[in-house]
Design a binder for this molecule. Sequence first.
Ligand code: NAP
Length: 307
Amino acid sequence: MTQIYDKVALIGLGLIAGSMGLAMKRAGLASQIVGHARSSETRNTALKLGLVDAVCDTAAEAVADADLVVLCVPVGVMGDVAAEIAPALKAGTVVSDVGSVKAKVIDMVGEHIPEGVHFIPAHPIAGTENSGPNAGFTELFDGKWTILTPVGDADTGEVAKLRTYWERLGAKVDVMEPERHDLVLSVTSHVPHLIAYTMVGVADDLERVTDKEVIEFSTGGFRDFTRIAASDPTMWRDVFLNNKEATLDVLGRFTEELFDLQRAIRRGDGEQLFEHFTRTRAIRRGIIEAGHDTAADDFGRAGKKDS
Ligand code: NAP
């Protein structure tokens, strides 16, 4: 088990950082893992659970002498945290992040990265609807994609090293342009979350009319919506505020398709409905064949989801 970095600092100690700490320990990737979260309660929990070897009261203390710093905080505070740690970073350090949005994070963090420090953004496409240090688990990244979005003249040696680091955490790694990442993720994750939030909101309104029947007779599909809609409000608010263009673009296309289907239902156009459902069924088969899900009726997730 060869180490990749000597000291790793995780800023934010929730689901993603906690899982990274545990997976790093499993693979022996660092000689020391330190962490920082804003509340002492989270810091103490992370230490007690062994997610990290030590915790610091400030982010600047945590990153001192670190070879790899990973920002694992909500997207909306990435810039503030980067500004806070910048003076404490040593030359040669790699700063990365796990934010669900890339272009905006690159703008917000990039401007604070000092000369001689490498900034290589990343996004593990793995998560659950749970948050906080207690939600972390070792296998979260196993077999899941992590996307690296290096910018400008990123050091190829350091990008390769970070790729190996994520592979040893259990992930498959791909490299993408940040804007491409944001568009792809708006289709596969961000807009689907918004639809789930919307549908559960509609059901909640109807619940008053249907007198508990919505909950009593909820089917697998609706239960899946409620699980997704239970995701962390801070994280998802920040995703939509910071991936505005791509989300609005995909939402526009979505509403056009929805109106098309609405019209087909009103006109009794069974052929259009049948054709549409046949096309979408093929996408589901493709996902199963690619090994990203199973045909099991619990959607193969057993309470876990990708984000
Ligand atoms: P989480 O479980 O809610 O944890 C967030 C952590 O950030 C907490 O430890 C919190 O500390 C800390 N924090 C918040 N504001 C801070 C600040 N200003 N300074 C220092 N620490 C601060 O969140 P998560 O699910 O791990 O998500 C972290 C990042 O990963 C987000 O950018 C998200 O977009 C991305 N991501 C999430 C998923 C997912 O499915 N959850 C998947 C992929 C990527 P306290 O506990 O003390 O408040």
